[in-house]
Write a protein that binds this ligand. Sequence first.
Ligand code: ATP
Ligand code: MG
Length: 495
Amino acid sequence: MSPSDKICDQNSGFLNQFCYNNPVSPKGPGTEKMDQLIIPRAEHSISRRMIDEEALRVLYRLHRHGFLAYLVGGSVRDILLGKTPKDFDVATNAHPHEISALFKNSRVIGRRFRLVHVFFKGGKIIEVSTFRSRSEFEEVQTEKGDIIRTDSFGTPAEDALRRDITVNGLFYNIADFSIIDYVGGMADLERQVIRTIGDPDERFQQDPVRMIRVIRHAARTGFSIEGQTYQAIFRNREEIRKCSPSRLRDEFLRDLKEGAARSSLSLMLQTGLLFSLFPGLERALGRGGLSEKKSRGFFLSLFDLVDQLFKTGRQVTESILLALLLTPFLRAVTPQHPFLGKREKYIYWAQSIHWAIHEILTPFSFPRGAKEMASQILIAQSNLRKSIKNGVIPKRLRMKKYFKEAVLLFGIEAEAKGEKVPRILQNAVSADLLPWWPKKLKTRDQRLRERDVPQTGVQESGRKTTLSAHPNRPLAGEEMQSSDPGKTGVSLLHE
Ligand code: ATP
Ligand code: MG
């Protein structure tokens, strides 16, 4: 029984409309006859109202000039899932020079595969590519071992089969508004499954970055990874180290930046892909014993908070993401031995950070600026702790360009540990830096009433609050006065 037969057997109704004789060739693209399933407009949910106006213009223009014109990739998937697509890509049988002849506002780009960018007002770009027979990242070698990097134009079916996962392989045809499905994508959308197109071992060996993409799409949609695909990630995870560092960096950072960092990293831990990417992390998170379980839980909760920040529209910079990635490793190597004095601990901490950045992040070609910033905000954590203890944040620390990010990192860690961010730090940055911080700080009266402390000697003056010394009243660590015009209170009178 073929996988598609199983799909049809297991599902009634909607799926029974979508039975394929041979949805995907198990031997990979182009090796067997490919059947297509056409879903007419009346039987699917994509309406032209959901498609970007400029993308529609491009589709219609190609169509009017006698070319095939399909909306492809992530936009078709997202519309079917009821989401707003990030971008709208078009595929056609017109060759790049024919496409650029049709659009004055366009440019042919691409080193390995030429495609056309059509430019519109406001910087919008619609990417138009000619149907291809293989992915741009699959290198074809001649018998002599030379790598062929010429365009390999193909048929629509080949173009569908060269794509990564079935739900990304659907086409929307502007000629009759139907969906064309060569890969079983509609059935997998319905079943909520992420599955590679073709044999997963083969597809991951051709381009190991697809393993990261499978995990990202599963994490984003909440779909489950189909069994064979999951097992193949397990088997092929070490292949990931063969990929170009810049592609790995881009695809990995997309995992962390799009609101599904926690589930992406959780799947990467389950499959072991994270340790193939970052072997240095295995020592801190790897063996699965009790302490590793705790560290994994903590690590994931950090990225859960990153997702929360993303969902409330806040920026989490690459340097914060890199610093968070190093956190489990740094927690594992931090010295606690009483023999070490404060200074030695600080030096050890700073050196561990430099070493971790070099050891763990260097193979990835992360931008040098982001790595330096990550190192500074990590080192600054110890200065922040010292400031909290001393009750004052030195001006030279507050003026550092990484100060806000350092406080944000502190806040994320504190929240993940279930601890409060000391008021001295909250007040040193804008109130909405972290969504889980109280938007409106309680008034001094409220706080004092809560603590049942007599209010004698307390004066309020606008936003800035001054505490006059009272002989019988020790000042709590959170009560402070502003010492710096333009900043809300950051220095503490007493501990
Ligand atoms: P997103 O919503 O994040 O943009 P996407 O699916 O559109 O998701 P892109 O990276 O924009 O992802 O890629 C566009 C399309 O190109 C994908 O939908 C997929 O069909 C194809 N694709 C991208 N990377 C690969 C790859 N490594 N191998 C095969 N096909 C790929
Ligand atoms: Mg896309």
